[in-house]
Design a protein around this ligand. Structure first.
Ligand SMILES: Nc1ncnc2c1ncn2[C@@H]1O[C@H](COP(=O)(O)OP(=O)(O)OP(=O)(O)O)[C@@H](O)[C@H]1O
Length: 677
């Protein structure tokens, strides 16, 4: 079968999954070479890009749109303000939208969710049995698993249609480029060697392919760039076979509010019930790693109780710098890449090529390399005239020669401050420690690991709660084999830091940024544990946080012990006071009868006891005072040994920066500090 690029009509013979070569060729004509467009390939293998099923597709659509919006706002150094709305569209509403008349079911048995009377009876009996067992277990205090039959018959009925809209305050897109940006797979503005959020360069285009596959509805893009007095509007879908945009409407509209940014809207099939928690986790983790952004998340449906609005407020104006595009490091290139660089270079000679297309090759080093390549190479030879064998020689030398490590200047980590702020803002832990590692290198790629460990806080369970970020996006799937999970579970001796990894509520946050994240798995959802440089950097970052926490924990334990000691001593004061008083009273009475020889001080004391100038209360007060005094001295001694304690802290307040005065006041309950600008 040959693919006719122009046709998408229903009459077109349908190809089978896996490329259409399902029938054995009967003659030579049938075995002609077939081609597949990139759009077609990804439509058939949509799981690669995270569109495995309707639920996951809804999740991936949300994250792709949010990440594009963040990229866009950051690219113009605008603090991101992003609104994500998911609107559930019931099947009948959807049918009305596309002009399809709802039909009542006539032949019930035809449907997948049909249940015969006998099957229903059987299921109800099974459910009743399961409920009985559950009730019995509950009465015995045992936990029991929810059985499949109790959960519901089939998951397929749960899917529904959703209008997903993402609005941002970013760069926007040039009017003419919009169709190609969204309607042509493997086209985009983010290719090149740099730290990027995207995994495949597919994002929004895959959402469009999924909408085409599941609802058949086009995507709508509204966008304006700074200073444009119009808003570009484009409704388009993608011609899957030809991998070109199919534009329904492309027009300029009035831009009354001088708005700039983009609003992307797509209608897809999805499953909110099964992926609700993943989507919310994603938004929350995004808020942790991006505290300088403001997110408004809305879910709207006809079932009002399902509706929700969550605002993740911006907590800082400190935004990490935009990652810079960099040149390739000679140790990180393969043959194909060298050939591509040769084809694309504007440099004439081999010397200029080596010097300008790679990092860490200076002029003299380039000359030494060329010398080493052999006699058929020379600095002035034309780089475009290199033969395939010569290119192999260059590649071999790149593999074996020594080069300085690439610098991490092109990277843009979240920053320790942002990570800490994000954790505190979203989790409100009892304690938190953060650490930012210095740039390191694997296979010619620079990377930076940052970590945060929190103890306690809301919405964290007992034990290890792992939060992973790669190039500042959360990774939510395939956690088990990830380098962070493995390191936290297997290589950190939590006890030695006074942390109980089974009982304490521990948050482990690790963010890795690099020009190349060595993802594993088809969905690129985890980072393998096999790159020694990365796993040891992760281990050391976590350990550094643990060391900080240990000293805080030890201080807290000592403070608690002191409190306990004080409480214990205080508890005995009444009994001790009474016992002393009883003895003294007995001695005072005895003194009246027999004359004992006491020294003057003791005699004075007994006199005061007899005259009730000294009572039990006097002893109580003196003992209380003494315990306080001892505790205070111990605290002073402790502070002298361990440095100034962090506590107690007091909040101070800043004036609004917009105020007309040329000073800023820092208010504290005990002082006001005036900063004159
Ligand atoms: N919200 C947006 N604002 C401005 N430009 C956008 C926006 N969304 C997408 N684009 C542009 O459209 C292009 C295609 O987007 P798409 O999500 O399909 O791929 P990508 O963003 O390049 O790749 P990835 O999603 O893997 O990072 C982007 O390269 C970008 O130039």
């Amino acid at each position: 079968m040959e693919i006719d690029g122009s046709s998408e009509s229903p009459e077109e013979p349908r190809k089978k999954k896996g490329g259409g070569a399902s029938r054995a060729p009967k003659n030579a004509k049938e075995s002609v070479l077939k081609q597949k467009s990139p759009a077609e390939f990804f439509a058939e293998n949509k799981n690669i890009a995270g569109f495995d099923n309707p639920g996951k597709s809804l999740y991936t659509t949300v994250r792709e749109l949010v990440e594009n919006s963040l990229d866009s706002a950051e690219s113009i150094s605008n603090l991101p303000a992003i609104e994500m709305t998911i609107e559930e569209i019931s099947k009948s509403k959807f049918n009305t939208m596309i002009g399809l008349i709802d039909r009542e079911r006539v032949d019930e048995e035809l449907y997948d969710d049909f249940e015969s009377a006998k099957a229903r009876e059987k299921r109800l009996a099974k459910e009743a049995r399961a409920q009985e067992i559950q009730a019995k277990n509950a009465s015995l205090g045992k936990k029991s698993k929810e059985t499949a039959s109790v959960k519901g018959v089939k998951g397929r009925g749960e899917t529904s249609f959703f209008r997903v809209t993402c609005k941002d305050n970013g760069r926007g897109m040039p009017y003419d480029d919009i169709p190609n940006m969204f309607g042509r797979v493997l086209s985009g503005t983010k290719y090149g060697l740099k730290q990027t959020r995207g995994k495949f360069g597919l994002g929004a285009k895959m959402a469009l392919i999924w909408s085409k596959m599941s609802t058949g509805l086009p995507i709508e893009i509204t966008s304006s760039m700074r200073g444009q007095n119009y808003v570009s509007f484009c409704r388009l879908d993608i011609d899957i076979h030809r991998n070109i945009p199919h534009v329904y409407l492309h027009e300029k509209r009035e831009n009354k509010d001088q708005w700039h940014g983009a609003e992307i809207q797509v209608i897809i099939e999805g499953n909110w019930t099964t992926y609700r928690s993943k989507i919310l986790h994603y938004m929350r983790q995004m808020a942790v790693i991006t505290p300088y952004a403001q997110f408004l998340f809305r879910f709207i449906s006809d079932a009002v109780d399902k509706n929700m609005t969550i605002r993740f407020a911006r907590r800082t104006d400190v935004m990490p710098p935009v990652p810079l595009e960099t040149k390739h490091h000679p140790s990180a290139v393969d043959l194909l890449l060298i050939k591509r660089l040769i084809a694309e270079t504007s440099k004439q000679t081999l010397l200029q090529f080596l010097q300008h297309e790679f990092v860490k090759i200076g002029k003299s080093y380039a000359e030494r390399l060329i010398e080493e390549m052999g006699t058929d190479f020379s600095p002035k030879m034309s780089v475009k005239s290199l033969t395939s064998q010569q290119i192999v020689r260059i590649h071999q030398l790149f593999r074996q020669a020594k080069f300085d490590d690439p610098s991490g200047d092109c990277l843009s980590p979240a920053g320790e401050y942002n990570l800490r702020l994000g954790i505190i803002k979203e989790l409100q832990p009892d304690m938190v420690a953060t650490y930012a590692g210095s740039p390191q290198v694997f296979e010619g790629h620079p990377f930076i690991v940052e970590a945060g460990i929190s103890l306690g806080g809301k919405a964290v369970k007992q034990g290890l709660n792992i939060f992973r970020f790669a190039n500042r996006i959360p990774l939510l799937f395939e956690q088990g084999a990830d380098v962070v999970t493995r390191t936290a579970i297997k290589r950190i001796n939590w006890n030695s830091y006074k942390i109980n990894h089974a009982q304490d509520k521990i948050g482990v946050f690790v963010s890795i940024v690099s020009t190349k994240i060595p993802f594993k798995g088809t969905g690129k959802e985890y980072i393998g544990d096999d790159i020694t440089e990365i796993s040891s950097a992760v281990k050391s970052a976590i350990q550094q946080c643990c060391i900080q926490l240990k000293s805080k924990i030890v201080k807290k334990l000592q403070a608690r012990e002191r409190q306990e000691r004080k409480r214990n001593l205080a508890r005995y004061i009444p009994d001790a006071a009474r016992a002393v008083m009883d003895t003294l009273e007995a001695m005072a009475q005895d003194e009246g009868r027999k004359r004992h020889k006491y020294d003057a001080e003791d005699a004075e004391l007994l006199k005061k006891v007899a005259s009730e100038d000294i009572t039990e209360l006097t002893f109580r007060e003196s003992l209380t005072h003494y315990v306080e005094q001892v505790d205070y001295e111990m605290a002073l001694e402790y502070a002298a040994q361990s440095g100034v304690s962090e506590e107690p802290r007091e909040s101070i307040y800043l004036n609004a920066l917009e105020s007309t005065e040329n000073y800023v006041d820092l208010h504290s309950p005990t002082f006001v500090f005036r900063l004159i600008l």
